[in-house]
Design a protein around this ligand. Structure first.
Ligand code: G4P
Length: 529
C-alpha cells in the first residue's frame, strides 16, 4: 500500500499531567474506544496500578511508579493513534521531556478542582518551545470543580496560552449535568455509563429544546445561558491555524473515570490535529508525505529491559517511509550501515514484535550500545541528520564519590554509559584539573537510579554528596573568556563532556545579576546534545 495513506492516518501525541489528574484513566478510556481493551481496568488494576504498562526496572516496581515513558498504539475511526505516556510524578527524568520531542501534539489533563499544577507547567514549557498543538482536557467534573472561568484564566496566566472552550460544563460534582457543545449548541447529558467500564450511548438534547429546563433544572439552565453569553463575548474564537501553531489550546470538559466526554474529546482531537509533519534536518525539512525512504531519530534509550543480558532498547520515532523488521539502515552519527533487529512496539499492556511500521510510529530496537539520544537512522542516500534533541536543564546536582577507588575503570565506563543513555548528565569542575564528577538530574529519583545501576550492573558503589545548585545555564557565546566573567558568590563554573563551559547557580536571581554584570553574555536553559 502507498506509504502516504498510512502516514495520513497517524496521530502521535504525548499525554501530560500532574500526578493524579487522571492521565492513566483517560488513556485507558481511549484504549477502550479503540477496542484495544474490552473493559476498563485491564490497564490499571488497583494492585498493579502505575507500573502496569512499563515495569521494566526493579526500582519502578519497588516504588510503584513508572520511571520510563511508554508508548501505546490503537486504532479508532480509521486513525492509527500513538500515545506517548510521560511519567508525571515528582521525580520524573529527562526522558519525560524527550518524549515530547517525539510527539506531534500534546494532551494536557488538568484536575478541575486543582487547575494548573507544577508538573504540568514544566512539561508545558517544552511544548511551547516546540510550538506543537496543545489540547486541554479538564477532568474530574463529577467532583466539585473550580469556577470554569477561573480555570481558564489559570491556564492562560500560568501557561501563557490562549484557550478556546469547545464545550462548557453544566455544574460540577453532584450537580454535574453534562456539557454544552458550543458549535452545535447541544447539551451532552452526563451519565456515568456503569462507572465508565463500557462504551455507552451518549444522550444529547438541543439547547433550544424546551425540554432542557426540565432535564437539567431551571437554575442550571439560567446559569448556562449567562455563562455562554459571557464566554462568547470574552473568549478567543476557534482558529485552527493558531491551534496548529500551539498558540491556542482547545479546551474540553469531562470525567475520565465515568467515561463522560472522552469520546467527544477524541473525535474533535483527531480532526484538529495533523498527521506527522515535516521535521528539520541538516538538509532542510524532510516531508513524510514526499520522502519515501525510511528515516527515524532516537529519543530514548532504555537499559536492562532484560536483566540476564545487559541489553538496551533504543526507542525511535519514525519520521518518514516504511520500516520493516530486520531492514538495513544507515546510522548517520555512527557512520555505519546497521541492521535493525528485534523491533518491538508497545500495545496496550504488553510488548510485541512488529513487522512493519510507518512515519509517525514509535518503535524500540535492540541497541548493542551504539546509539545516543538524537541519532538519525535512514535508508536515504542523502544521509541527512535530524535536528538534535536539546539537553534539558537538570535541577539537582551532586558530587559523585567512588567508594572503592580500585574500580575506577568500571566506574568511568558505567557512569559514561548511563550518561550516554541520557539518564543523567555529567559535568566536571572547570579548569581545576580535578577528575571529580558532578552529576546533574532533572528529578531526584535519577540519583537512586544511578546508584542502583552502578552497583547492579557495574559492581561499583558510590556516595552522592548533594550540592546546593538548582539552576544551570549553558553559555552560548563561542570562545568566551571564562576567567573574566563577573559572577555572583553562589555561581560555579563547570564544563560538560564536550568541554563546553556552563554555569551553576543556587539562586535564580543570581542568573539575572550575572547577565546584568556581563552584558555580552548569552545564556540558555537548553543545551545541545
Ligand atoms: P494519573 O495517571 O494522572 O496519576 O491519574 P490516575 O488516572 O491514576 O487517576 C488518579 C485518581 O483519580 C484515581 O483514583 C482515579 O480513579 C481518579 N480519577 C481519574 N479520573 C477521574 C474522574 O474523572 N473523576 C473522579 N472522581 N476521579 C477520577 P485513585 O483512588 O487514586 O485510584 P483507584 O483506586 O481509582 O484506582
Amino acid at each position: 500500500m502507498d506509504f502516504t495513506n498510512e502516514i495520513k492516518k497517524r496521530r502521535t501525541f504525548a499525554i501530560i499531567s500532574h500526578p493524579d489528574a487522571g492521565k492513566t484513566t483517560l488513556t485507558e478510556k481511549f484504549l477502550l474506544y479503540g477496542g484495544a481493551i474490552n473493559t476498563a481496568g485491564s490497564v490499571k488494576g488497583k494492585a498493579t496500578a502505575k507500573h502496569a504498562v512499563s515495569d521494566w526496572m526493579e526500582i519502578e516496581k519497588e516504588r510503584g511508579i513508572s520511571v520510563t515513558s511508554s508508548v501505546l498504539q490503537f486504532s479508532y475511526g480509521g486513525y492509527c493513534i500513538n500515545i506517548l505516556d510521560t511519567p508525571g510524578h515528582q521525580d520524573f527524568s529527562e526522558d519525560t521531556y524527550r518524549t515530547l520531542m517525539a510527539a506531534d501534539s500534546a494532551v494536557m489533563v488538568i484536575d478541575g478542582s486543582k487547575g494548573v499544577e507544577a508538573q504540568t507547567r514544566k512539561l508545558f514549557k517544552v511544548c511551547v518551545m516546540r510550538h506543537i498543538p496543545i489540547f486541554t482536557f479538564i477532568n474530574k467534573m463529577d467532583r466539585d470543580a473550580m469556577d470554569t472561568f477561573e480555570l481558564l484564566d489559570d491556564i492562560e496566566k500560568e501557561l501563557g496560552i490562549a484557550t478556546c472552550p469547545i464545550n462548557w460544563p453544566i455544574g460540577s460534582g453532584k450537580a454535574f449535568q453534562g456539557v454544552y457543545e458550543r458549535k452545535t449548541k447541544t447539551v451532552e447529558l452526563f451519565s456515568d455509563t456503569q462507572k465508565g467500564t463500557r462504551v455507552g450511548e451518549v444522550q444529547r438534547i438541543a439547547a433550544s429544546d424546551g425540554q432542557l429546563e426540565q432535564v437539567i433544572g431551571d437554575r442550571a439552565k439560567e446559569k448556562l445561558e449567562e455563562e455562554i453569553e459571557l464566554l462568547d463575548g470574552a473568549s478567543a474564537e476557534f482558529d485552527q491555524e493558531l491551534v496548529s501553531k500551539g498558540e491556542l489550546s482547545p479546551v474540553f470538559f469531562g470525567s475520565a473515570l465515568t467515561n463522560f466526554g472522552v469520546e467527544t474529546f477524541l473525535r474533535h482531537f483527531l480532526t484538529m490535529t495533523t498527521p506527522p509533519l515535516p521535521r528539520l534536518s541538516d538538509h532542510g525539512p524532510i516531508d513524510p508525505m514526499e520522502e519515501a525512504d525510511f528515516s527515524a531519530f532516537v529519543f530514548k534509550i532504555q537499559a536492562n529491559m532484560n536483566k540476564a543480558h545487559r541489553d538496551r532498547i533504543a526507542f525511535m520515532r519514525i519520521c518518514s517511509g516504511t520500516f520493516t523488521a530486520g531492514m538495513d539502515v544507515y546510522h548517520v552519527q555512527g557512520g555505519k550501515q546497521i541492521r535493525l533487529s528485534q523491533p518491538q512496539q508497545m500495545m496496550a499492556s504488553e510488548r510485541k514484535m512488529i513487522e512493519t511500521a510507518y512515519g509517525g510510529d514509535i518503535i524500540g530496537v535492540f541497541d548493542p550500545g551504539i546509539f545516543s539520544i538524537g541519532d538519525t537512522l535512514t535508508t536515504s542516500r542523502e544521509k541527512y541528520a535530524y535536528e538534535g534533541i536539546p539537553t534539558f536543564a537538570p535541577e539537582h546536582f551532586a558530587r559523585v564519590r567512588q567508594l572503592d577507588t580500585m574500580k575506577r575503570k568500571q566506574f568511568v565506563k558505567g557512569i559514561n554509559q548511563i550518561a550516554q543513555e541520557g539518564a543523567i548528565q555529567i559535568f566536571q569542575e572547570y579548569n581545576t584539573g580535578m577528575e571529580e564528577i558532578i552529576v546533574g538530574v532533572v528529578g531526584v529519583l535519577q540519583f537512586d537510579v544511578l546508584k542502583y545501576r552502578l552497583k547492579n550492573e557495574y559492581n561499583v558503589e558510590i556516595l552522592l554528596e548533594n550540592l546546593p545548585y538548582e539552576h544551570i545555564r549553558w553559555i552560548e557565546n563561542e570562545g568566551i573568556d571564562m576567567d573574566s566573567l563577573s559572577g555572583t558568590s553562589d555561581m560555579k563554573k563547570i564544563k560538560d563532556l564536550h568541554e563546553r563551559p556552563l554555569l551553576l547557580f543556587v539562586h535564580e536571581w543570581s542568573v539575572r545579576m550575572t547577565l546584568e554584570r556581563n552584558p555580552d553574555l548569552k545564556l540558555s536553559e537548553f543545551g545541545r546534545s
